[in-house]
Design a protein around this ligand. Structure first.
Ligand code: HEC
Length: 178
């Protein structure tokens, strides 16, 4: 899927209108209740990172994404989309572009709504908005870019933990591109 940066705002609106003619669901179904995303973004702290890590473990994100966010969890090799085609879970350490945007708000939206047609579930019934913010912070520690979250994780010696709660070895840390 190429980048379509040259399209104007009007082009985008027109394209969306046309794409919506491909499925009758756009006519027959009403939109669900919009997801509530807090307007102000919280500040990352060591405490919030730890809560995020605990949630990552409790919600078993690592089953697909791996305890270190490498996309290699125990279920990863068995995943298929709704048409039975193999699909990979996102590898946070790869530095690859997110399909659905890379802001904190985008990440929040992805795991709260889930991604229909893929095995990526919705967690909005299981975590509240504060917890979701903490989870976003923890995801940032996996990325091979300089983030405030990564810096704090390093300072407090926060290591990814396996399903038994045991920290992984420090040398598994992905290199950082500044
Ligand atoms: C059952 C497997 C599974 C579990 C559990 C799971 N994911 Fe995913 N996740 C996926 C798959 C598969 C994709 C890739 C979907 C795609 O490429 O269309 C994905 C994609 C993502 C993305 C990136 C989407 C993008 O824009 O490219 C984020 C962020 C994410 N997951 C976060 C989480 C978090 C946080 C949790 C736990 C709260 C979680 N996932 C649990 C399977 C899973």
């Amino acid at each position: 899927m190429p980048v379509w940066a040259p399209l104007t705002d009007q082009d985008r609106v027109d394209l969306v209108a046309y794409i919506k003619t491909f499925s009758v669901r756009w006519k027959t179904e009403k939109p669900g209740t919009p997801l509530q995303i807090p307007a102000s973004e919280p500040e990352v702290t060591a405490e919030r990172l730890k809560v995020g890590q605990a949630l990552f473990q409790k919600m078993e994100c690592g089953k697909c994404h791996g305890v270190e966010g490498r996309g290699n969890g125990p279920s990863a090799s068995t995943l298929t989309d709704s048409k039975d085609r193999p699909i990979v879970s996102y590898d946070f350490t790869s530095g690859h572009r997110f399909k659905c945007g890379s802001t904190d708000r985008d990440l929040y939206t992805i795991f709260m709504t889930g991604l229909d047609g893929t095995p990526m579930p919705s967690f909005s019934d299981n975590i509240n908005s504060d917890q979701a913010g903490d989870l976003v912070f923890y995801l940032r520690t996996f990325q091979p870019i300089h983030t405030k979250e990564r810096e704090i994780a390093k300072q407090i010696g926060l290591r990814p933990i396996d399903p038994t709660g045991t920290p992984t070895q420090p040398e598994n840390s992905p290199p950082e591109n500044k």
